[in-house]
Design a binder for this molecule. Structure first.
Ligand SMILES: [Zn+2]
Length: 126
């Protein structure tokens, strides 16, 4: 089962890698709990392409934190992308077409974000 919903985690630059890794893990664990999962298989994260952080470092922190949780064997999949937000309904998304329209309400009142945001895109559960 894949629980998919773009979940805004944090603005990268206000927190260090460890804090971000913890926030992402917490988001994944909350999702697992809500869905009644026994195990988290993978966590897909999207980071804005203007983050300056060391992804290897971030992955190391995540791997250290996930031990002894239901995400102990979870793979962290990191993709970079430039997120956008809808001015009308405030939904965050990653534009897949140009010009982009909000996938939630169809509005074209869309604003490109700074690219320093971090999102949990989906969590794979069993
Ligand atoms: Zn919208």
């Amino acid at each position: 089962m894949i629980a998919s919903s773009l979940h805004y985690v944090v603005h990268w630059g206000r927190m260090h890698e460890l804090g971000i890794a913890q926030e992402i893990l917490n988001t994944a664990l909350e999702t697992g709990k809500r869905e009644g999962a026994s195990k988290i298989m993978s966590v897909h994260v999207k980071v804005g392409q203007h983050t300056t952080v060391d992804v290897a470092d971030f992955r190391f922190c995540f791997d250290a934190l996930k031990a002894r949780t239901i995400a102990a064997e979870a793979e962290l999949v990191v993709e970079t992308a430039l997120p956008a937000a809808c001015r009308v309904c405030k939904t965050s998304f990653f534009p897949t077409q140009d010009p982009s329209a909000c996938p939630a309400c169809g509005s074209s009142e869309v604003e490109i974000m700074s690219g320093r945001e971090v999102y949990v895109d989906s969590v794979e559960l069993v």
